[in-house]
Design a protein around this ligand. Structure first.
Ligand code: H79
Length: 594
């Protein structure tokens, strides 16, 4: 077998106190023939549905009358409920409204190309018939049916791909499984026995009884030794050579990368490779009875288009309730994304990543000699600019309806938007060129006063010698761990972080810095520089970054930079004196200040 390693993996399962990690770079990897072919289809699909469904759906985030906000599938762990009490949920669980055909109809109408459903989450309860554990939906509930079987048949009939999520390390209702330290003594658990008597037989069942699978989505390998990841990999590939494995199989043995939960990797870290971002529609993966915070249709389209523009898949999760129904707040929005895809799907499915640098109006995808511009943010003057686009443009059309749009090509491309387009659409413009538009991603972010605040993320910065990029995991969202990026080593005036910006029109821009800083960093002084303009600032304390606490990020105004003519500029930050690291910066923002 050729090398299958996917780089340094995600922190899920790492010690809970760990907050900082080496930033992962996404790079192409060599695979065997079956995997290569499966990945080609994977990359063509781009949009997938993720479903978290288990007996936790019956509880909906509430146990013993207490609500748990955020991830409802973690209810047992968060409430430290003993196995026997938790498993009583199975006695109530009777999803009589479950209708596999209706699910697949919705999935198809919403534009998803494949669906991945939890076969077994961390609670250990299997949502399929299993001879390896009585804690399964067929033998352990009065429902008595195998929903995965019904779903596999319905998916096959409609040509929708199928994959299973399987928690291979955490299993809270098994004394030898990982993760339950409130009931079992971790020193006495025999993981080898758990692995051999439950994981191996259940994964075998999943790969044998449900037809061809697109992927097995493993999660939280934790401290699992390499031999187990290796055995799992060999088992899956022996049974189905073209079933893909995500990187959370552990120990670098996946076929493709799973970024952190709720993360689309920064464009600058993607140098190719295969990956699939996962987000949940509201704030929980499993059904929550009191969470109706569903992302808007526009936000979902933006996440999908952004993932595609960086060459990856977007897998959106939703948690059906205890009766087997998709929450209405999710379903209606998903179907609207489906309507958008019916018209604009050409700009998503089968496309490759954007050749363009960061542009203020949105993102791009590409298919040979056609470039798709996803206009997520309308310019005030109605003109979409693509600086530096030198390939000869033959035609510019609105993907919806095909109307030709007026354009000018000189120092870049300028397209005039129709005045009557509805402001809330992700408008897609198709740009046809004589030659494929070549990659020019390093040209720097585009700044123009016709847009509002523009972020310059540290992940996209040029770091001087001695400064490194780090990923931070913290409760960026109050009830969920999220990842963002910051730098380390910015502790001396000789060191800096810098961004290249392409200024479209001269003007003034306000600078704001977004960062966190500890008490020891308070009072440190830095400077934002652009040519001979220097804007000094002092650092304020916001607190420590902790994995299990919300992080407070200051948003600090620094001053104004004046750009006197169009062109490329470098904006840099450096400390004024040697000493402590300046701060944990996340981004610099530039906002038109005229
Ligand atoms: O299956 C979904 C999550 O349950 C799973 N991955 C996605 C796809 C996942 N496993 N571990 N984690 C996510 C990270 C765990 C975060 C936690 Fe918490 C912080 C567990 C307890 C504190 C977030 C907040 C979840 C419960 C409370």
């Amino acid at each position: 077998m050729t090398s299958t390693s996917v780089q340094a993996q995600d922190a899920v399962g790492a010690p809970p106190e760990q907050t900082r990690f080496k930033a992962q770079v996404y790079e192409p990897v060599q695979h065997d023939a079956a995997t290569t072919q499966a990945l080609a289809r994977f990359n063509n699909d781009r949009y997938a549905m993720f479903i978290h469904w288990g007996i936790y759906a019956q509880a909906g985030g509430v146990i013993r009358g207490k609500r748990f906000y955020g991830a409802s599938e973690w209810l047992m762990q968060r409430s430290k409920t003993p196995s026997a009490e938790y498993l009583a949920l199975a006695e109530e669980f009777n999803p009589v409204d479950f209708d596999a055909k209706a699910w697949i109809r919705t999935i198809k109408a919403a534009g998803f190309r494949y669906v991945v459903i939890t076969a077994k989450h961390h609670d250990g309860f299997a949502m399929f018939k299993s001879a390896a554990s009585k804690h399964n939906i067929v033998d352990g509930t009065r429902f008595g049916r195998d929903p995965l079987k019904e779903l596999a048949e319905a998916a096959k009939a409609e040509g929708v791909g199928l994959g299973f999520y399987y928690s291979q390390y955490q299993d809270w209702t098994e004394p030898n499984g990982g993760g339950n330290d409130w009931e079992f003594d971790p020193k006495k658990t025999d993981f080898d026995s758990y692995f051999n008597t439950k994981v191996v037989p259940q994964v075998t069942e999943l790969l044998t009884n449900y037809g061809p699978l697109r992927e097995i989505w493993f999660d939280t390998p934790g401290p699992m030794a390499p031999e187990y990841s290796k055995r799992l990999r060999e088992l899956v590939k022996k049974l189905q050579p073209d079933c893909l494995l995500n990187s959370r199989i552990g120990n670098g043995l996946g076929d493709y990368s799973s970024p952190s939960d709720s993360e689309v990797p920064p464009a600058s870290l993607v140098h190719g490779g295969d990956w699939e971002s996962v987000f949940t529609h509201n704030r929980s993966w499993g059904y929550s009875a009191f969470d109706n915070d569903f992302k808007s249709t526009d936000t979902l389209i933006e996440l999908l288009a952004t993932s595609a523009s960086r060459g990856g898949n977007f897998m959106l999760n939703m948690g059906p309730d205890g009766r087997g129904r998709f929450p209405e707040g999710a379903q209606s929005r998903l179907l609207k994304v489906g309507d958008w895809l019916k018209v604009n799907g050409e700009s998503i499915y089968g496309t490759t990543r954007s050749p363009l640098p960061q542009t203020p109006w949105g993102v791009a995808t590409q298919r040979g000699k056609r470039l798709y511009l996803h206009v997520l943010d309308r310019p005030a003057d109605g003109v979409i600019r693509v600086p530096g686009l030198t390939e000869a443009v033959t035609k510019v059309t609105l993907l919806a309806g095909g109307a030709a749009l007026p354009f000018k090509q000189g120092d870049g491309l300028a397209i005039t938007l129709p005045k009557d387009a509805t402001p809330s659409d992700d408008l897609v413009i198709a740009v046809d060129t004589r030659e494929p538009v070549a990659a020019r991603r390093d040209q720097g972010a585009v700044l123009s006063p016709v847009y509002g605040r523009q972020p310059l993320d540290v992940a996209d910065a040029v770091l001087s010698e001695g400064v490194g990029l780090e990923a931070v995991k913290t409760q960026l969202s109050v009830d969920d761990t999220r990842k963002y990026y910051t730098v380390v080593g910015l502790d001396d005036p000789a060191k800096s972080i810098a961004w290249t910006v392409q200024v479209e029109r001269p003007g003034d821009y306000h600078i704001d810095l977004q960062y966190s800083a500890t008490a020891a960093q308070a009072g440190r002084e830095g400077v934002v520089e652009m040519n001979d303009q220097k804007r000094a600032f002092g650092v304020v304390e916001t607190g420590k970054i902790e994995r299990r606490k919300p992080v407070f990020l200051a948003f600090q105004p620094v001053g104004i930079l004046h750009f006197d003519k169009p062109g490329r500029y470098t904006v840099a930050i450096r400390p004024q004196t040697a000493g402590q690291e300046l701060f944990a910066i996340r981004a610099l923002y530039l906002t038109p200040a005229n």
